[in-house]
Design a protein around this ligand. Structure first.
Ligand SMILES: Cc1cc2nc3c(=O)[nH]c(=O)nc-3n(C[C@H](O)[C@H](O)[C@H](O)COP(=O)(O)OP(=O)(O)OC[C@H]3O[C@@H](n4cnc5c(N)ncnc54)[C@H](O)[C@@H]3O)c2cc1C
Length: 406
């Protein structure tokens, strides 16, 4: 089996590993640095990020957007590697960017490939080797520093960076999971769950709403308690609710066996106002089918689903609606309850909640407290952010921090 000796081995050619290699290679121009990637190409997740536009950071990246057991590390990182530091780094390697009205930053070209290309070009200029189709199975201490046992070779390195990412979008045909390497040197994980994903719901009407989008608010409810509300575009799937506002509730609901999402379709109106809107519409459509109440207000299928959910016959005329039925209908529009049915499926999740325990990592250097000269960055650590560029910010910023330690 082939063996190699290097100064630094970065395990994982994702956002954090590639950025780490860029920074480390600038400091160590005379030393051999390799990025080891188990897939056939580096940066696949960067390519699909932000609908292939790559929302690479958010100008508002602060601690409230992160969920983690590594508060001290996140706090230090966000103070020392701000969005403008990450953007300056990208600017210096050729990437021009712009921010939208919600402070989300994208490449000016609107192409995620631009982000990956500038990173790879910089690595090529600085002589960093990309070793693809090679999976690191374990790392152990040796006289040289560390021995990385891979599927097809053995790599000896003085310094090792674990940038292996999360469990989501799990690559096929791999021997290990993304945490095997961290566990092989003794790291422990917090509980893992999918986050920034659609949320599966148990509903008889959801199938008829597949593909429909509506504005409104969504509230996560756990054990009868309202935990978090988000508003925006709600997307209905065949068996799930989706859209950025739902994504931001998913980390709460994907962990709960008995959760609920309350959808408010007219979230700017009170129940009283919804009743008044309905009364006017009933009067307007009194000699017509009850479904016409919603014409000009909601998508036709949403109207039908609301009627069914409120146990109203969809074939009657509007003037046949009883007072009790109208009250039920107004209540459903005001608070439409969907029981959630978490599947534990990581394949549609953008990030993994959970990862290597923050208490096992030095908050100022991101060096492992268990193994000297081993560092961690990116989603391998127990850090996940809200939707909007916060996860890539963490990946790039932590990659920069670790790159400076090498
Ligand atoms: C569809 C989608 C869209 C997204 N959009 C955005 C967005 O617009 N903005 C945002 O902020 N975030 C977004 N995210 C989240 C963001 O992409 C991730 O948080 C970020 O890429 C994590 O970077 P990372 O380097 O930690 O991990 P990854 O990018 O997952 O990289 C880890 C790499 O390590 C490799 N690897 C793992 N184990 C081994 C091993 N044992 N040996 C060798 N290699 C190994 C993996 O193959 C992978 O290439 C999105 C995610 C998805 C899935």
């Amino acid at each position: 089996m082939e063996t190699m000796k290097v100064y630094a081995a970065i395990i994982g050619g994702g956002a954090s590993g590639l950025m780490c290699a860029c920074v480390a290679s600038k400091k160590n121009s005379d030393k051999r640095i390799v990025v080891i990637e188990r897939d056939n190409r580096v940066g696949k997740k960067i390519m699909v990020s932000g609908n292939s536009r790559c929302n690479l950071t958010n100008l508002d990246a602060n601690i409230i957007h992160y969920h983690t057991s590594f508060d001290s590390g996140i706090k230090y990182l966000l103070e020392h590697f701000t969005p403008s530091d990450v953007l300056s780094k990208f600017e210096s390697i050729g990437l021009s960017t712009y921010a939208d009205s919600e402070n989300r930053v994208y490449p000016l070209s609107r192409q995620s490939s631009a982000v990956l290309s500038v990173l790879r070009n910089e690595l090529r200029r600085r002589g960093v080797e990309e070793i693809c189709d090679t999976e690191v199975l374990s790392i152990s201490k040796c006289d040289y520093g560390y021995k990385l046992s891979c599927n097809d070779k053995t790599v000896f390195a003085k310094k090792v960076v674990i940038a292996t990412g999360g469990k989501n979008n799990y690559a096929q045909k791999v021997v290990s999971d993304t945490y095997t390497v961290s566990k092989s040197i003794g790291h422990n994980l917090t509980e893992l769950s999918p986050s920034l994903s659609p949320v599966k719901v148990d509903s008889k009407v959801i199938k008829s709403l597949k593909g429909i989008r509506a504005q409104g608010s969504v509230t996560a409810v756990v054990n009868g308690k309202k935990i978090k509300t988000e508003s925006g575009e709600i997307q209905f799937g065949a068996d799930c609710l989706s859209g950025i506002c739902v994504f931001n509730l998913s980390r709460i609901l994907n962990k709960e066996k008995s959760g609920e999402i309350i959808v408010k379709l007219l979230c700017d109106y009170s129940l009283e106002e919804i009743n008044a809107i309905l009364s006017k519409r009933v009067e307007l459509t009194k000699n017509e089918n009850v479904q016409e109440i919603f014409t000009g207000l909601f998508h036709k299928n949403i109207g039908i689903a609301l009627l069914k959910e409120s146990k109203i016959d969809t074939n009657i005329n509007s003037d046949k609606l009883t007072k009790a039925e109208l009250t039920r209908l107004a209540n459903t529009i005001n608070e439409w309850h969907f029981k959630t049915a978490p599947s534990g499926d990581f394949t549609s999740a953008q990030v993994t909640a959970g990862g290597v325990k923050g208490s096992e990592i030095d908050p100022k250097t991101f060096e492992s407290k268990i193994a000297e000269n081993v560092y961690l960055c990116g989603e391998a650590i127990d850090v996940d952010g809200d939707c909007g560029g916060f996860n890539l910010h963490f990946a790039f910023a932590s990659g920069m921090l670790v790159g400076e330690q090498l």
